[in-house]
Design a protein. Structure first.
Length: 200
């Protein structure tokens, strides 16, 4: 398969890329690096990326920003960071990317445990994660040409534990390979409209 991984140089993305590289033709998109550059908060940038890459068999997204702060500190514009990037960025990857998917292709998006178990200072991030999970279940009912869409929702990943452990007291970190298994299940399997929850 020809697979486009957006965020393929990130903490999770580079491990997904390494896992899929042996069996597939993998292309990496990133904000400032990769085979092609993209800012998923911009639909024009997404369109430009797909025009440069051309037809693919699978799209995997592990990119997207959201503001973390106390609710009292969040401005309307702070909420729009997550809405434009983590939420609409992923919606637009489906909306625009399906035209560049071969029949029977797949799209895999990314959320996280915050959609189900939010913690302090994650009002905005939890909101957009929950929105994407509902979006995936709904849009899977309408996509044509055998196109599948799923979302991977992982708990705190081992490789990010030191950076985020203070935000997630008591959460047992998930092994990176277990997280990558979720993406492989979506790409190489047949499931559709699923929230693939990865927990320790």
């Amino acid at each position: 398969m020809r697979i486009l991984i957006i965020g393929g140089n990130g903490t999770i993305g580079k491990t997904i890329t390494k896992r899929l590289y042996d069996k597939h033709d993998v292309l990496i998109a990133g904000r400032t690096s990769g085979d092609v550059e993209v800012d998923i908060a911009s639909s024009a940038s997404i369109t430009d990326m797909f025009q440069k890459v051309g037809q693919v068999d699978a799209i995997v997204n592990v990119a997207g920003d959201a503001k973390w702060d106390k609710f009292d500190n969040l401005s309307e514009e702070d909420f729009y960071i997550g809405i434009r990037s983590k939420m609409m960025g992923q919606v637009n990857l489906v909306r625009l990317g399906r035209a560049f998917l071969n029949p029977g292709g797949s799209i895999t998006l990314t959320t996280g445990i915050l959609a189900d178990e939010p913690v302090d200072m994650t009002t905005s991030a939890a909101m957009v994660n929950g929105a994407i999970q509902s979006f995936v279940k709904a849009v899977a009912l309408e996509l044509e040409n055998g196109i599948r869409v799923n979302v991977v929702s992982a708990d705190l990943v081992e490789d990010s534990y030191e950076k985020y452990k203070d935000y997630f007291p008591g959460n047992t970190p998930v092994p990176m390979q277990k997280v990558v298994d979720g993406y492989v299940k979506s790409v190489e399997g047949k499931i559709n409209g699923e929230i693939i929850r990865i927990r320790a």
